[in-house]
Design a protein around this ligand. Sequence first.
Ligand code: ZN
Length: 228
Amino acid sequence: MIKFVRSGCLLLLLFLAVMPGISISKAAYAETPSPWISESLIIDSNMTEKEAFDGLDPKCPEEIRKQQRIVTVKYYSSDKKIHQGQLLIDGELENDIRTVFEVALKERFPICSVIPISDKRFRKDDRWSDDLSMEANNTSAFNYRLSTGSTQLSKHAYGRAIDINPFQNPYIKERIILPQGAKYDPTAEGTMTADHPIVRTFLRLGWEWGGNWTTLKDYQHFEKSPKN
Ligand SMILES: [Zn+2]
């Protein structure tokens, strides 16, 4: 009986080894159209809520702070790999942001990094620094701060604006270009243009694009006002 079971196993192994289905399934695996999906995800940001809001300007009203959500997103980066990042944004806009990041991933639009400004790399005197985030070409949303060159609170202060790839998509007002050394080249990878699927998706969802402004250009910037 034992002998029979052993030889039965041997026969089964032999059968499996020569079964054509096995080589077919291997071939099918090798031909997966998106090989990068099987690669491990590169984690750029995996903050807890406490970490994500650490160092927030104490002037930020509690009702604004409570409105913010941590949204975890996947994106294709300049190293041609899929990364995981996080954004802080008004909870009302979470679905819009997920839709836009799905479009960006499908288009393989390279996004440098998506890390909340509370990260140590973007701190100046322990406060969140938009300048440091921009200089690092980081994509971010919520930051309780004033508009660039203004005394008014920015839409970022309410978590209702996002800046994407600041280095390819600078803020330009007359001679001021931010981040410093950036240049707007519509043909460069990672750049927003009026006919780009990402810009079109934002506009379809009711957002405004800073590249359409006339008094200044803020190509990295998208914002959405609350419904009244
Ligand atoms: Zn902005």
